[in-house]
Design a protein around this ligand. Structure first.
Ligand code: Q9C
Ligand code: ZN
Length: 334
């Protein structure tokens, strides 16, 4: 299977994150990508497909913010990395914000996603990898893998969060649409709900979003991913959420995935984007499902059995010692 990764993606390397009330080591480390690269035997560097496919999904003001935030933070005399702390929950108005702290609150939905001088370039590279995998699949490959890191599924049209800045799955899905694929599906099997992807396609009838994830009643991102969230307007019925309890093992996970795959087939998708997170693994340090390494080929084979051209983009997975093995196991199922 062709696989893609750009070395610029390693540049995003925040020191720490706000985790359960204290600063801890940033879990979404560059060494995640290296572990996967070592296991899959390297990757092709993506061609630069330009910024247009990113602008097709994200707000222009937000992208400018991603480019500028770390510089503005430094110019304000701050140490470390740019982290938001005040959010316009009440009385959101279209203000012309300039203070870095106001911008951070405006364009972030949580305080776990620091921005550095390298964030934009790394996110851009991650999106280019997703686009290269999409192009490969559009060009006739059965499946292709984008080693996206930083990940993307928590990022919305105009906000970052959950270690995500550019929504690489949404960029891939939209690029497929713009290349003439009439109906596209995103299957999200990261441990966490992909609130950003859901939000981007919420009112769209041409892109189906199906997600298996930890119940937001107990798990991040808390506010999205409930079973009754089904989309709106033309997108009504084109969002499918399958929340699962902590402790979920392969049998229940695989059954839920079968439900999602059946819905994707009924929708009539002609191309599939898989948001793959290895944070469903039993040893993941921030997650609570109990999938084993041997489970991943089964899940992948079930997806492959749909017979749809499939672009796989990497999302989460934080047990770095096991990450390469788990990703290899998943890809082998195709
Ligand atoms: N105490 C992805 O897997 N932190 N993002 C949760 C729980 C944020 C995960 C803290 C987790 C984001 C792409
Ligand atoms: Zn995750």
């Amino acid at each position: 299977m062709r696989r893609f990764y750009s070395p610029v993606q390693a540049g995003h390397a925040p020191m720490h994150e706000l985790h359960n009330g204290a600063f801890t080591d940033y879990a979404e480390k560059p060494s995640r990508a290296q572990a996967i690269l070592d296991a899959i035997g390297g990757a092709e560097q993506p061609h630069d497909h330009g910024v247009g496919a990113i602008e097709a999904v994200h707000d222009a003001g937000y992208l400018a913010f991603l480019r500028d935030a770390a510089r503005l933070w430094e110019e304000a005399g701050r140490p470390g990395q740019a982290i938001p702390y005040a959010f316009p929950i009440v009385g959101r108005r279209p203000l012309a914000l300039s203070r870095i702290d106001a911008l951070l609150g405006r364009y972030s939905f949580d305080a776990t996603t620091p921005l550095t001088r390298e964030t934009w370039r790394a996110g851009y590279g991650s999106a280019q990898s997703a686009l290269a995998a999409t192009q490969a699949v559009l060009g006739g490959e059965r499946a292709a893998f984008a080693l996206c890191r930083p990940p993307g599924h928590h990022a919305g049209r105009d906000y970052c969060g959950g270690y995500c800045h550019i929504n690489v799955a949404a960029v891939a899905a939209q690029a497929a649409r713009d290349a003439g694929v009439a109906r596209v599906a995103v299957l999200d099997i990261d441990y966490h709900h992909g609130n950003g992807t859901q939000d981007i396609f919420w009112q769209r009838g041409d892109v189906f979003y199906a997600s298996l994830h930890a119940d937001p009643a107990t798990d991040y991102p808390f506010f999205w991913g409930h079973a009754d969230e089904v989309g709106e307007d033309e997108g009504h019925g084109a969002t499918l959420n399958l929340p699962l309890p902590q402790g979920t093992r392969i049998d229940a996970f695989r059954a839920a995935q079968a439900t999602a795959l059946a819905a994707i087939a009924r929708f009539g998708a002609q191309l599939l984007v898989v948001s793959f997170g290895a944070d469903t693994w039993e040893g993941d340090p921030i997650s609570r499902f109990r999938l084993t390494t041997d489970d991943y080929p089964l899940l992948a084979a079930d997806i492959a059995a749909l017979g749809m051209p499939t672009a796989i983009v990497m999302e989460g997975g934080y047990a770095i010692d096991a990450l390469g093995t788990n990703v290899t196991a998943f890809l082998s199922g195709f």
